[in-house]
Design a protein around this ligand. Structure first.
Ligand code: SF4
Ligand code: SF4
Length: 178
């Protein structure tokens, strides 16, 4: 369903002219998608995102959850023969549409608010705090608890937060732009 409050033509124009001018060189080789660690969670694979942009089907991308699940790891860019940065594209799509999306999708709004709060406090992301805060905030206390246990057992994330030097200054900057 198209969202009339979002100017899809403007977003496409900005992407092609300022964010990723190489976008129209995409040859649909699929190397980006085959290396993407989050692809299983995406509704549209990275090479499909490029194809949708090229064909002007911006509403499909914006109304999917894909742009919110990109990890911004940039593996796609390093694999791309045309050096197309899909992470930069995803980021631009989030920035250009977040106000409208957070108005409609309360869970995205909660995540955004919480994530920014966590970064303001610690100066970086603190995953256990983020997961617990989000589960409490959305009323799904035990959501993904089994996965969380596995991740902790394998020491992929630490239970204790790290505090980054200069976090107060960073917090003030975040507050200013929210
Ligand atoms: S790797 Fe690059 S050229 Fe190949 S499909 Fe992905 S974006 Fe297009
Ligand atoms: S930056 Fe996003 S799209 Fe690219 S490989 Fe990482 S998760 Fe996938």
């Amino acid at each position: 369903m198209a969202d009339t409050k979002i100017d899809y033509n403007q977003i496409k124009d900005d992407l092609e002219h300022y964010i990723e001018p190489n976008i129209n060189y995409c040859c649909q080789c699929g190397k980006c998608s085959s290396g993407c660690p989050a692809v299983e969670s995406f509704e549209y694979k990275p090479h499909q995102i490029i194809s949708l942009i090229q064909s002007g089907q911006m509403d499909k991308i914006v109304n999917s959850k894909t742009i919110w699940l990109c990890l911004e790891c940039d593996i796609c860019t390093t694999r791309c023969p045309e050096h197309i940065s899909i992470a930069a594209i995803m980021n631009h799509l989030r920035v250009a549409t977040w106000q409208e999306r957070t108005r409609k999708d309360k869970n995205i709004a909660k995540f955004y608010k919480l994530f920014n709060k966590v970064v303001q406090i610690f100066g970086r992301s603190y995953e256990p705090g983020l997961i617990m805060g989000l589960n409490v905030g959305t009323g799904r206390i035990f959501n993904d608890a089994d996965i969380a246990l596995d991740i902790l057992k394998k020491r992929k994330i630490s239970m204790l937060p790290e505090f980054v030097k200069g976090r107060k200054k960073m917090g003030k900057t975040i507050k200013k732009y929210l």
